[in-house]
Ligand binder design. Structure first.
Ligand code: SF4
Length: 443
């Protein structure tokens, strides 16, 4: 295949070949679209609204801030700030631990409200020089009586998925000691895992659950706080929205706190309705099940006419999808099918084997399915398959525009919700407007 490196071929499936190589490190020199380990950890932890985040590394790593991950808050907005130890050559030679201690001291002295929770992200260079970040965190905890949690996430240590795991470990590190000490009483209600409240999406889902009669105990991590996270062990059920980032946390919470979990997706009519019903079923209460059925039916009936209105203008169009996780890609394929469109290229940064099997079962046999793609591959397959629109994130947007293709931002930078029944309307209108824009005639 032209423009495809030999080492990458096993991660790309077309025509009859459907086995895919995934869940492995990126091929050196392939210019992967995938984010690094540190970025994976930051995605999960950054939405904790009253946490302070210190990036222990060169200033470049700290460019990853709230501004490119716009999760919303109903309380504190501390998380919109970013702090860095700004490591330089001399620190790399003589070590950066003192600088990190000084950064924590400065934060404690100068910031208001006074920090209760600080995450220390150790990035690539710290992984190389070997600062004892654990020791610095332990001594800061002892000195100030607050939680200072290390997240040792050098970008080179693995894939973005490792970053997710490290973030989940950090959350467990936060809540476990409290749970051990206070032994929380079980309460009827759920934790929402893996929703980062982009454009207020978590509030939409929380609203649905509350209308059905399901209390939300804790949200991890969209619109969460130090205090609300500590309540998580008392929940009856975990609902896992972004499985890629949070399925591991759900497993840990099941083994340590006995909380069962159910995977959900609130993208598209089919997945939103099924998710509400699955949550109600998992909770095992008849009245909740009946309410969920009634609510889902009513909401679906309201949104279906919108789909029918736009469907004739979208039927037969071809979509390319490149997103973070497999679960979202699956929902998007279903959403395009609901609109009469076909997904001709489908890729993810961190999809798992079983997710790719579902993806393959949903697309036509000649669709291209690829893991951990790079720009050259995406451009090639979008052109070959004559895609009309690309759904992706900020790194994919220029690829679409360069090719004169419509684009839909389905990542953390967007400002309008795409989840839930409200999100379906936004999504359909955005796809319609973007594909049918007259601008593509002039590209
Ligand atoms: S952790 Fe490493 S790969 Fe990630 S942004 Fe920093 S330097 Fe780059």
């Amino acid at each position: 295949m032209k423009t495809v490196l030999e080492e990458r071929k096993s991660s790309i499936c077309g025509n009859r070949d459907r086995g895919i190589s995934c869940e492995r490190e990126s091929v050196s020199g392939a210019v992967s679209q995938r984010a690094c380990v540190y970025c994976g950890a930051r995605v999960v932890l950054n939405p904790i609204t009253d946490a302070y985040h210190i990036v222990h590394g060169p200033i470049g790593c700290a460019s990853y801030t709230w501004d490119i991950r716009g999760s919303l808050t109903s309380g504190a907005d501390t998380f919109r700030n970013s702090f860095s130890t700004d490591l330089r050559e001399t620190d790399i030679v003589f070590g950066g631990a003192k600088k990190l201690t000084a950064a924590i001291d400065e934060l404690m002295e100068k910031t208001k409200p006074s920090p209760k929770l600080i995450f220390i992200f150790a990035t690539c260079i710290v992984g190389v020089i070997g600062d004892d970040v654990d020791a610095v965190c332990r001594s800061a905890e002892a000195k100030y009586g607050i939680r200072v949690i290390p997240v040792k996430a050098p970008g080179f240590a693995g894939t973005k998925s490792l970053g997710y795991r490290l973030a989940c470990d950090a959350i467990m590190n936060l809540i476990r000691p409290h749970a051990k000490q206070h032994k929380p009483q079980k309460r009827f209600g759920v934790n929402i895992l893996g929703d980062f409240n982009l454009a207020g999406e978590m509030w939409i889902i929380r609203g649905y659950l509350e209308q059905i009669g399901i209390p939300v105990i804790s949200t991890i991590t969209g619109d969460s706080s130090y205090k609300t996270l500590l309540q998580a062990p008392s929940a009856t059920l975990n609902i896992v929205q972004c499985a890629g980032s949070s399925a591991y946390l759900a497993e840990r919470m099941e083994s340590e706190f006995g909380i069962k979990s159910v995977k959900v997706s609130f993208f598209g009519v089919e997945d939103t309705v099924n998710s509400l019903l699955n949550i109600a079923e998992a909770l095992g209460r008849q009245e909740i099940m009946e309410k969920a059925q009634k609510f889902a039916e009513e909401q679906a009936l309201q949104v279906l006419p919108i789909i029918e209105k736009y469907k004739p203008h979208l039927k037969g169009k071809k979509a390319a999808i490149f997103v973070g996780g497999g679960f979202k890609a699956i929902s998007l394929i279903r959403q395009f099918n609901e609109l009469g469109m076909e997904a001709v290229v489908v890729g993810t940064q961190t999809g798992k084997k079983d997710e790719y099997e579902v993806i393959n079962s949903l697309v036509n046999s000649d669709a291209i399915v690829l893991d951990d793609a790079n720009p050259a591959e995406l451009e090639r397959f979008m052109t070959e398959k004559q895609a009309d629109i690309l759904v992706g994130g900020v790194k994919e947007r220029p690829l679409a525009y360069k090719l004169g293709l419509a684009f839909c931002d389905h990542n953390h930078e967007r400002k309008h919700p795409l989840a839930g029944f409200e999100g379906i309307e936004n999504f359909v209108k955005e796809i319609y407007t973007s594909i049918n824009s007259p601008v593509w005639k002039y590209a």
